[in-house]
Design a protein around this ligand. Sequence first.
Ligand SMILES: Nc1ncnc2c1ncn2[C@@H]1O[C@H](COP(=O)(O)OP(=O)(O)O)[C@@H](O)[C@H]1O
Ligand SMILES: [Mg+2]
Length: 401
Amino acid sequence: MEKGLGQFFEDYLEQESLFTNKEHLQPNFVPETITHRDEQLHSVASILAPCLRCQKPSNLFVYGKTGTGKTLTVTYTTQQLESVAKKKNLPLKIIYLNCKLKKVADTEYRLIAQLAREFGKAIPPTGLPTDEVYSIFFKEIDKEKRIILIVLDEIDVLVGKIGDEMLYNLTRINAELKNAQLSIVGISNDVIFTERLDPRVKSSLSEEEIIYPPYNALHLQQILEQRVKLSMRKNAVAEGVIAKCAAIAAREHGDARRAIELLRVSGELAERDGSTQIAIAHIDQAEDTIEKDKVIELVKGQPKHYQATLFSIFDLGTQRKDALFTGEVYEHYKYVCQQVALRPLTQRRVSDIIGEFDVLGVINAKVISKGRFGRTREIFPSTSQGLVDNAKATLSEELGL
Ligand SMILES: Nc1ncnc2c1ncn2[C@@H]1O[C@H](COP(=O)(O)OP(=O)(O)O)[C@@H](O)[C@H]1O
Ligand SMILES: [Mg+2]
């Protein structure tokens, strides 16, 4: 750097930022106008409205793919409810929990403890019998006559981790409450999640159901246009940029989160190379960056054997253009295990792991029949070489190779 870092920072300050309010591009920002969700907003509002008259609303189950505005619309509605209740001094308590947060919803104990804490009870992180935490929670909520609304966002993740018994308990709790009444709003990104529930839980959880369909490219374009006005300087985006972000996100099941993220990252990249405007090329770059972050993130969270398997595929794949087969991946995997003092799993297990990575989209693995030699998988890394190199570096570090 010829001019020195000091000058670089000064120039940086001189340059006007593309963003005026970057927080407005954060996933948890609640905009004042929500487009293309009138029907859903209206349904959520009318289902929950009775709580203002101190009547227990039906339990509500909201579902649709990621980025279809579920969290946003429910948050918006409950915020409005809360503010009316406050103004009129009505006995309403609304609790929102995102079940994807490990600390909150990893175990039944943690969840109930968190709920009790929302009512101001101090519960130790471990140590009490779960039944006791339940009873503290129960006593606390029944202290006053009021309606309690518990929003369990990403409820599918919760049930995946701790089963549905807790939901059963929560939906039955009203029978024993003398003063308070409790309703549940469950939100799920997994559309067929209720199929896996105990039928009794299913029927009480979804007394009412609302489906969120995906947005199309036009919807997304309007959502983005609105967001750009809130968060960026005038003329910060070149022509066609918004349409392209919308089109990319529409291709992936109409995900508004993805569309907004793409725009934000494009803006960051544009700023980084000193441009005063986001150009189409920045979107391509942003797509790569986001993809890379996702793969790296995914790779980091895996157990050692998964990492060793993926490393083997990427390592062999770097040396070869054509498909890899399960057998050779397994041989290489065994070698990697030896290097890091890991006892290898069976080939069968490793083949299952390969299948799981295929489902996650990190690799492409097609099962093919080899006649009387049985079946194998034809495997290709599904990401670009640049990504593979990055992922390999992360994996070697994680494995201590
Ligand atoms: N109709 C809409 N109008 C404005 N912004 C929206 C709309 N739908 C979704 N968004 C934005 O898109 C992102 C994802 O929405 P979110 O409600 O979190 O999706 P979900 O909970 O269905 O996965 C959020 O940043 C949200 O503010
Ligand atoms: Mg959500």
